[in-house]
Design a protein around this ligand. Structure first.
Ligand code: NAI
Ligand code: MG
Length: 323
């Protein structure tokens, strides 16, 4: 049995790290890839950063692995999230042994609302002096996220970061909807104001475990946590919808090192592990994570982690631990 996965390497190091992740996928399963274009390069050629053909493939595939796009990132990634009807962005921030991290004890996951809040596109220039933004929060999107969160924590507990003391109507609605779904499922919740969260997570990240956030808070706070664990080359993410998922490293195209074959493939390989989990290959996903962790601990390591190994060296090391 073969499983079809859409792969979109995109621009810059996307062209290097996505093939690396495919080699790792090939070491644990039987996958067929449909390759599609998106990003600056295809825009230069065709005028479209996201060709309709790519959008359609992603909108129909169970799973897509995306690398990164350059200047056109927003024109690519926002519609692709729509294509999978992604209501949650899952962003683990975990520090690994062997990697120099500001907070080596960090191990938490953000579940970020992925469709609304301040990123819903309702922004207006009303005069030379005045621009406004409408913040959109619906009970339905908040509940959908909360149901996912309850499932994700196996009905145990999670934290909610918000600012409902100030944004009473919007974050208040978000908080109330999330808490009520949690209560229905017997899940315990703890609320943290998002500004206080920023301080607390720096001082002691072990206080947090699974953090449910509105869109902007999730974006900013997860990047902050990324800083605690030692670098962009390590952070995977998943955009999940009810029927399909889009998996991507948190990093961009890294133009300063693109083409040199020295990008760290770990973030994309770990994104591929999230993809495996999503498709039901839980054992394979766990094996891939273990292999990446052991390579991070023992080396070889790429330059961003203080080593001098190539992307290929690291990829081969991961693959050889899987054999
Ligand atoms: P970036 O993530 O591409 O690079 C930031 C720094 O981290 C650079 O020094 C880079 O060399 C390093 N880095 C990132 N990933 C690495 C890896 N796997 N291995 C080793 N080093 C790594 O972010 P930046 O510089 O802000 O953006 C560059 C381009 O990427 C821009 O055109 C931006 O629009 C795009 N971008 C695209 C994203 C996406 O497609 N989802 C996300 C973020 C940025
Ligand atoms: Mg961001």
């Amino acid at each position: 049995e073969t499983e079809e996965i859409v792969v979109i390497p995109g621009d810059g190091i996307g062209q290097e790290v996505v093939p690396a992740a495919q080699k790792v996928l090939d070491a644990v399963g039987n996958f067929e890839y449909v390759e599609a274009d998106a990003g600056d390069a295809v825009k230069a050629e065709t005028g479209e950063a996201l060709p309709q053909e790519t959008y359609d493939l992603v909108a129909e595939a169970d799973a897509t692995l995306f690398g990164a796009a350059g200047e056109t990132a927003a024109d690519v990634i926002l519609p692709l999230r729509t294509a999978v009807d992604s209501f949650v962005n899952v962003r683990p921030a975990k520090a690994y042994p062997g990697v120099d991290a500001l907070r080596p004890e960090t191990d938490l996951v953000f579940l970020r609302e992925n469709t609304e809040g301040v990123y819903s596109g309702h922004e207006d220039r009303l005069s030379d002096d005045l621009s406004t933004l409408t913040r959109v929060v619906t009970t339905s999107a908040s509940e959908r996220l909360a149901e996912f969160a309850c499932d994700y924590v196996d009905n145990t507990s999670f934290q909610i970061a918000h600012k409902a003391n100030v944004m009473r109507e919007t974050d208040g609605r978000f908080r109330d909807a999330v808490v009520s779904v949690a209560e229905e499922n017997g899940v315990e919740t703890e609320e943290v104001l998002m500004d206080a969260f920023a301080t607390k997570v720096c001082l002691d990240p072990t206080q947090f475990d699974v953090v449910v956030c509105p869109n902007l808070a999730g974006d900013v706070l997860s990047d902050l946590a990324a800083g605690l664990v030692g670098g962009l080359g390590l952070l995977p993410s998943a955009n999940l919808g009810p029927e399909r998922g889009l998996f991507e490293p948190v990093h961009g195209t890294a133009p300063d090192i693109a083409g040199e074959g020295i990008a760290n493939p770990s973030a994309t390989i770990l994104s591929a592990a999230m993809l495996l989990d999503y498709l039901g290959y839980e054992d394979e996903a766990a094996d891939v994570r273990t292999a990446v962790e052991s390579v991070l601990e023992d080396g070889p390591r790429t330059a961003d982690l203080g080593g001098d190994a190539s992307t290929e060296d690291v990829t081969e090391a991961v693959v050889s631990r899987l054999e």
